[in-house]
Design a protein around this ligand. Structure first.
Ligand code: UDP
Length: 201
């Protein structure tokens, strides 16, 4: 089986193109699939955070992010020969969405000051330059109150997005997706940490 445990937290020992193969299946299965990309720090956090542990256990795809987990996989006797990083995986996902004409919603990072574009808007512009045919259904910053979450879910659903990138940091992004996955109309959602900041430059 592809799923092993590191510190009693499940991780899928998948490399390209197996990870993308699973991803494509999730995009055509019913309901909102959850993809998590834990690095070593998140795995350690999950040993102390029961809710985060359960979320990872129930995730449809757990991509180990980072060289630390490649070493861990070797110790486990199921070595990963290559690193599937969260950011590389995200690039492959965006390419796939572009090729298949599916749309993405970017949620997270700081809003702009006084009407200026926020990080998510800036990242979306940069992403659009690279993936010129990618449909960006919408963007929203990541500093919302719990009381505003229903409105946000409605906005994501109204955008018609097929896929959600939640860049809220961990464990906020994993908990947000897990809490709302039954209400979300996207086919899958992933937590991408600080990726929008990286894209925005
Ligand atoms: N972030 C957010 N809402 C929050 C807290 C953080 O949108 O309530 C964003 C933050 O602006 C950053 C991203 O989450 O773009 C990742 O934050 P951090 O670097 O702390 O997390 P990591 O990448 O280490 O998971």
């Amino acid at each position: 089986n592809r799923r092993i445990k590191i510190l009693n937290i499940p991780v899928d020992m998948v490399e390209y193109p197996a990870a993308m193969e699973i991803f494509r299946k999730l995009m055509s299965s019913a309901g909102c699939s959850q993809i998590v990309t834990p690095n070593s720090e998140i795995i350690v956090n999950a040993t102390k955070d029961k809710e985060l542990k359960e979320i990872i256990e129930q995730a449809d795809l757990v991509i180990p992010d980072g060289i630390g987990l490649v070493y861990a996989s070797r110790i486990m006797g199921m070595p990963l020969s290559e690193r599937v990083t969260g950011i590389d995986f995200l690039s492959s996902i965006l390419e796939y969405l572009e090729e298949t004409g599916q749309s993405v919603f970017f949620l997270g990072s700081k809003p702009g000051d006084g009407g200026a574009p926020g990080i998510a808007e800036l990242a979306a512009e940069k992403i659009k330059e690279k993936y010129t045919n990618l449909k960006i259904a919408g963007v929203h910053h990541g500093y919302f109150k719990e009381a505003d979450e229903q409105e946000l879910i409605s906005k994501i659903n109204a955008s018609g997005a097929d896929f959600l990138c939640a860049a809220l940091g961990s464990p906020k992004q994993e908990k947000f997706v897990f809490t709302h996955r039954n209400q979300l109309n996207v086919k899958a959602a992933i937590g991408v940490g600080g990726s929008l900041d990286v894209w925005a430059g």
